[in-house]
Design a protein around this ligand. Structure first.
Ligand code: UDP
Length: 244
C-alpha cells in the first residue's frame, strides 16, 4: 500500500513571518514561524554567535472527538521536541546568528499523522520566515550567496493487517501492529526514525519495506513543499535558500 493522502500546502495569513496551512487528507495543521532576537540564555554568550529554532505543538480541543482538553501533556511535549530537532537539522545555526525562530504547530483537525504533517508544514513555514528575514535585512545575505539550509519532510508508516503501509489515518493508526515516523532531509538522509512494535515485533525485511515506502512518499511530499516555496519566496530568497 503505497498510496498517500493528498498533501495540500496553502498560505494562511497570521501575524507570523511564515504562516501556512498543511492538509494531509483530513489532518490539518496551521504552522507559523515567528522571528525574534530573544535567544535562550544559555546560547546568548556562545561563540561563534548562533541562532535558535524551536517548536511548540498543540492539538486544538475541537480537532478530535471526544474534545481534547486544552494544555500541554506528555504527548505534546514529546512531539514538539521531535519537531524542534527535525527543524534544527535544516539549517546550520551559526548561519542565522542572533535570530530566534519559534515554529508553532496548531492541529486544527486530527486524523492520524499530525506530528509528521507538523514537521513537513513547519519546515515550509520556517523557509518562508527565513525568506522574509533575508528580504527585510534581519538576516544578512551569506557571503557565498547560499544559506546552508534544506527542507525536512516527514511521513508515518507501519504494519496494518500484516501489510506494510504508509501514511496512516486514525483508523489505520489505531489498529496498527507497528507504527513508525520517518523524517528525511533533502539529501535523502534520515534525520529521525521512530519505530515501535506496538502490538507485534517487526523484521529487518519489514523495516526495509517500510523505509522504501516512506522514501517514495517523502519524494512526492517534498515536491509539494518545493512547488509552494518557489511560488511564495522572492527571487532573491529562492536563490539563497533553494539555490534555484
Ligand atoms: N488522537 C486523539 N486524541 C489524542 C491523541 C491522539 O484523537 O489525545 C488521535 C488523533 O487522530 C491523532 C491519532 O490519534 O492524529 C494518532 O495519534 P498519535 O499519538 O499516534 O500521533 P500522530 O499520528 O497524530 O502523530
Amino acid at each position: 500500500m503505497n498510496e498517500i493522502r493528498d498533501v495540500i500546502i496553502e498560505n494562511f495569513d497570521t501575524g507570523a513571518a511564515g504562516s501556512i496551512l498543511i492538509s494531509a487528507g483530513k489532518t490539518r495543521v496551521l504552522c507559523t514561524a515567528s522571528l525574534s532576537t530573544d535567544l535562550p540564555g544559555w546560547l546568548a554568550s556562545k561563540e561563534p554567535p548562533s541562532g535558535w529554532i524551536s517548536s511548540e505543538y498543540n492539538m486544538l480541543p475541537g480537532s478530535t472527538s471526544p474534545r481534547k482538553r486544552r494544555g500541554t501533556d506528555g504527548r505534546s511535549t514529546e512531539i514538539q521536541r521531535l519537531i524542534g530537532r527535525s527543524l534544527r537539522a535544516m539549517v546550520e545555526l551559526t548561519s542565522i546568528p542572533g535570530l530566534s525562530i519559534i515554529c508553532d504547530c496548531e492541529v486544527l483537525q486530527a486524523d492520524g499523522g499530525t506530528r509528521t504533517a507538523s514537521i513537513t508544514g513547519a519546515s515550509v513555514s520556517l523557509m518562508i520566515a527565513l525568506g522574509a528575514a533575508l528580504d527585510d535585512g534581519r538576516l544578512a545575505a551569506p557571503p557565498t550567496d547560499r544559506l546552508p539550509v534544506e527542507l525536512v519532510t516527514a511521513i508515518s508508516a507501519g504494519v496494518v493487517d500484516g501489510k506494510c503501509v504508509v501514511d496512516l489515518d486514525y483508523e489505520k493508526d489505531s489498529r496498527a501492529d507497528v507504527d513508525l515516523n520517518a523524517v528525511q532531509n533533502q539529501k535523502k538522509e534520515w534525520i529521525e526514525l521512530q519505530g515501535t512494535g506496538e502490538r507485534a515485533g517487526f523484521s529487518k525485511a519489514q523495516l526495509d519495506e517500510i523505509l522504501d515506502l516512506c522514501d517514495a512518499a517523502i519524494d512526492k511530499i517534498r515536491n509539494r513543499q518545493l512547488e509552494f516555496l518557489k511560488k511564495n519566496l522572492s527571487a532573491n530568497a529562492t536563490r539563497i535558500l533553494l539555490g534555484a
